[in-house]
Design a protein around this ligand. Structure first.
Ligand code: C2O
Ligand code: CU
Length: 466
């Protein structure tokens, strides 16, 4: 599914006939889900791994017989995986091989402002930029993606997204599935035009092809044993509500900021754009030959978006892995540092059907020259985040920090949201109550709706840690 090399000129792409319908999406489960490649450091010295990659156009084989132009980190679609370890530095030098400015944000990471990929902190065509990741935080399934001002949504949609798996001693000691049985899976939607090219228009409701690791509703061959699946919703707008077709619950072990305290059996796993959930699925409960479908009951027509991926149990395997009853300990909500300040954040966008809807935070469009919120370094605050729209779902992401979700709609957050989070869904009319501690670094960062079409419409703001 991955084709390196330079993009074809538009004229060299396969041409559709005059009456041809939109590019044929292959039948469900007829393609194989790729596992994204792991990047190797160029050099590893002392306590630093140094990577170098080029941001460039490439072509990917997503639909049968069609070369689709995509934007990539080093030619990879889906984006590559970087493995990192807490306390060990990662440096990534990105060369911009596109004809427009880019910036790279490591989502969920505690990094200095100079390496955060602020929307205005872009680097231009032909130039390079080195990002320094200190990894001074516990294990977590992170991801990196483009964040250039107003262009983040289209760039991520076209492929500028990769996986960054940060581990630490605590996580390594646990007998969870590892190695080839620990699989990152980015799920997202897309719309293809009649030439099989990715079509992007803001707030498009017709992105009804579901891709798992870049393949359209693929199948994935598994052994009859436990797997850790690191799920990321890489969509710009789509909410997923996932479950397995045999009705067995997914066992969620981690959320955005790493392991939960205890595994949670989740009948339907909700993931909004940018959120991650690591789940363990035990395929040994099924005989070889079984096929299980990961289905989606989120918004959309089930016949279009109801199937994500099929697991085909094709062989037996030893399984020394286990899911312990206790994965980690986190302070209970009652023991979090006292909050000095309570803030109210309102997310909204135009709902009147105008062609260019705008997105707002507390009634204002994003202005990179304005600091919207100033917080004291080391302090803790309560942020009540409300979606004031009637119909449009949003979510909320803060750079720099991992927070705790205290309440959703006035009730204590459920067990799947009880761990460390950096992105939280906020449904129409709903309020979530967050506890945030602003430590790590001082400087300016952004917070925004992670439905990236919305952030590109203005639903973003700046906070300064002083
Ligand atoms: Cu993944 Cu500012 O976001
Ligand atoms: Cu939004």
């Amino acid at each position: 599914s991955l084709a390196g090399g330079e993009a074809h000129a538009a004229g060299a792409l396969p041409q559709a006939g005059p009456h041809r319908a939109p590019a044929p999406v292959p039948p469900a489960f007829s393609t194989a889900m790729p596992v994204p490649p792991v990047l190797r450091p160029l050099t590893s010295t002392g306590n630093v791994d140094f990577y170098e990659l080029t941001i460039r156009k490439a072509t990917a084989r997503i639909l049968p017989g069609i070369a689709t132009e995509v934007l990539t980190y080093d030619g990879h679609f889906p984006g590559p995986v970087i493995h990192a370890r807490s306390g060990r530095r990662v440096l990534v030098r990105h060369r911009n091989g596109l004809d427009m400015p880019v910036s790279v944000h490591l989502h969920g990471a505690s990094v200095p402002p100079s390496s955060d990929g602020n929307p205005m902190d872009v680097f231009g065509p032909g130039t390079s930029r080195t990002y320094v990741y200190t990894n001074r935080q516990p294990h977590a399934s992170l991801w990196f993606h483009d964040h250039s001002h107003h262009m983040e949504a289209e760039h991520v949609y076209r492929g500028l997204s990769g996986t960054y798996l940060l581990t630490d001693a605590l996580e390594q000691r646990l007998p969870l599935p590892k190695g080839r049985y620990d699989v990152p899976i980015t799920i997202r939607d897309a719309r293809f035009d009649e030439h099989g090219q990715l079509a992007y228009t803001m707030a498009d409701r017709n992105r009804t092809t579901i891709l798992a690791n870049g393949a359209p509703t693929p199948s994935f061959e598994v052994a009859a044993r436990k797997y850790r699946l690191r799920l990321l919703n890489g969509s710009n707008l789509r909410l997923f509500a996932l479950n397995l077709s045999d009705g067995t619950p997914l066992i969620q072990i981690a959320s955005d900021g790493g392991l939960l305290e205890r595994p949670v059996a989740v009948p339907v796993l909700t993931l909004s754009p940018g959120e991650r959930a690591d789940v363990v699925v035990d395929f040994s409960r099924h005989p070889v030959g079984t096929r299980l479908v990961l289905t989606n009951s989120g918004p959309g027509r089930p016949e279009q978006v109801g199937k994500v991926l099929r697991f085909d149990v094709v062989r037996t395997a030893d399984d020394p892995s286990r899911v312990p009853e206790v994965l980690r300990t986190l302070p209970p909500a009652s023991a979090l540092p006292a909050a000095a300040v309570t803030r109210h954040i309102e997310l909204s966008m135009d709902e009147d059907g105008r062609p260019d809807p705008r997105g707002f935070i507390n009634g204002q469009l994003y202005d990179p020259d304005r600091v919207d919120t100033t917080v004291a370094f080391g302090s803790s605050e309560i942020w009540n985040v409300t979606n004031t729209n009637k119909r449009v779902a949003h979510n909320f992401h803060l750079h720099l920090v991992q927070f705790r979700v205290l309440e959703r709609g006035g009730r204590p957050a459920g067990p799947t949201e009880a761990g460390l989070k950096d992105t939280v869904r906020v449904m129409p009319g709903e309020t979530v109550r967050l506890h945030v501690t602003f430590d790590g670094f001082r400087g300016e960062y952004v917070y925004h709706c992670h439905m990236l079409d919305h952030s590109a419409m203005g639903m973003m703001a700046t906070f300064r840690v002083r």
